[in-house]
Design a protein around this ligand. Structure first.
Ligand SMILES: Cc1cc2nc3c(=O)[nH]c(=O)nc-3n(C[C@H](O)[C@H](O)[C@H](O)COP(=O)(O)O)c2cc1C
Length: 198
């Protein structure tokens, strides 16, 4: 699996991001266990345009860099802070600029791609946001989202690190599962060609 690039997308605009810590733990486990290359697209580090329906070639600057990272990666671990019971507006804006082959560009980077899903929130109240709001966004793209998402709360962190062993292990397993799903998709003609229904 060594040639595959697993991109962590961090949908937080906070420089000191819990979501980034969680996503990086998953990426590191995938690198350790399966030898994948990893990279991070953290929205705090990019000054993105606002999506307005133009084609992917119409963007400039940081937006091009961010979209190129997505187009060039093979699989993804996508993390978001929960905002108002949903994923962040910054992540929504990014997803609104990613083509799915039919509109805004011929490329469809998320189509048939393995995607691990992560969310962090203040408390347990909104743990279902990752499955009920973020997962459908990737269904829209015809991605293969790993079945078990991972959710962490403020109580799982201590001085910027994830202190809860069960959460650490779950994130590591999610990273490994994403790399393994990417390999399985590559080996399967059916999984690699299904795409979205419409
Ligand atoms: C605008 C805003 C809305 C938020 N809404 C929620 C929410 O609905 N539910 C929740 O559990 N936490 C909510 N939070 C807390 C964040 O999700 C939580 O602190 C998260 O871990 C921050 O991740 P980050 O450090 O990667 O930015 C909100 C935070 C902000 C700034």
């Amino acid at each position: 699996m060594g040639d595959r690039t697993l991109l962590g997308i961090v949908g937080s605009v906070s420089a000191d991001s819990r979501t980034r810590t969680a996503v990086e733990l998953a990426l590191d486990a995938a690198a350790d266990r399966h030898g994948v290359e990893t990279d991070v697209l953290h929205l705090a580090e990019y000054d993105l345009d606002t999506a307005d329906g133009r084609g992917i070639d119409g963007y400039a600057g940081d937006t091009v860099e961010a979209l190129d990272l997505i187009v060039e990666a093979d699989a993804y671990v996508v993390g978001t802070p929960v905002y108002r019971g949903s994923y962040s507006g910054a992540l929504k804006n990014l997803l609104d600029m990613v083509p799915r082959g039919q509109w805004q560009g011929d490329v469809a980077p998320f189509e048939n791609a393995a995607v691990g899903l992560v969310a962090t929130g203040a408390t347990d109240h909104h743990f279902l946001a990752v499955d009920q709001v973020l997962r459908p966004a990737f269904a829209f793209f015809g991605a293969h989202a790993v079945g078990g998402a991972t959710y962490a709360t403020d109580a799982d962190f201590d001085e910027g690190e994830i202190a809860d062993d069960a959460v650490r292990e779950r994130l590591a397993t999610l990273g490994a599962a994403t790399a393994e799903l990417a390999a399985a998709v590559d080996e399967s003609a059916a999984l690699g060609s299904l795409g979205p229904a419409v």
